[in-house]
Design a protein around this ligand. Sequence first.
Ligand SMILES: [Zn+2]
Length: 417
Amino acid sequence: MTDSKPFLIKTDSIITGLKNEKSGKHYILIEKGKIKEIGILSELRKSLSNINSFEYKNSTALPGLVDGHTHMIAPGTGQRGDDIAKEQDEFLLIRAVKNAKLALESGVTTARENGAKNNIGFILKEAIKNKLTDGPEMIVCGRPLTITAGHMGYLGSETDGINEIKKETRKLIKEGADFLKIAATGGSTITSNPLQPAFSVEELKSISEEAKRFNKLTAAHCTSNLGIDFSLQAKIDMIIHCIFDDENGNYKYREDLVEKILKNETWINPTLQISIYGLENIKENLSNKKILSEQEKSLLDSSKKQLDSRFETVSKLITSGAKIMAGSDSPWGSYPPGKFYKEIEALNIAGMSNYESILAGTKYSAESIGLKNKSGTIEEGKDADIVIVKGNPLKNISCLSEPIQVYKQGIKQKNEL
Ligand SMILES: [Zn+2]
């Protein structure tokens, strides 16, 4: 499918992600996998009128989606991380290949992989790069750094104490990590506590400083106030989940921490949709029970409450002007693969405009993962990563759910009728 000759894409409207968006029919000139030129169709010059072109009726072109948070080894069926990690690496790699393909077909042309087991993330990235399989352009951490018994320790990088942590950080970079993912609190991992910080501030600082020395970004999973606090003190680049719970599990939105988030210009990856799927999964599991036990009732109640406070947090963060980007966390938990658009929709529900939520999943997510000059906007010189959808997502955000065509570096990823 490689086409080295230049060609045109023509659509009824375009979202470039740049200032001065213009409405109406546009063309995009693509050459050697890069965007060469963008213009208004009625102004197409004669010299371009004879080159190969693909016209999509009643459609919008937008930048290829950038999912800033994936876990390709997971099935998205509600299986716990502790159980996923019991599978053979070879099995998980095959699943990751399948999920990566689904992601690309759904419009995700770039994905930041937030933690696979052992070498799987590195191998997946290399396999896609070498065109052995189709998938998004991958930015990988390899394995998340975590304390002994900490969240995602089963993925293979448990480490404690500054010397050991520095060594593991350097080892991951040597193996090919593009960024460092840190479990700054516990999480769903059985032996971990989501309300307690994992690493000390000094330990987090040692990762952050090592990362900076090697020009790598950092991102920390934080499901409690202390974890957020510690990560901000250590100048971590991105806070994932950003759950404002105190040590007792009570929701407490901390204005002082938000001020620090704004001051440090820390990126926030809210992962709202995974909580929605989580609640749906609980409801479904309990749906054929006539009477719920006290334990089941309290699980259902606390999940509903948590979802409400997550939405409240994100709405407040949007109003405060925090830098928010979209990353699905899929197919972790009950979030099925190939549905990144659901996270964009969730941000929309939380209060972002259609346009801003689209930027969160394209321009902002690309910026937040260090790809500002390569992807995230339809812009001359950038990779020709383009999604074509029916209708206009500025009017109806849900038209992102089924792209008509996906171009990754100028190559079509779907058969056209
Ligand atoms: Zn995750």
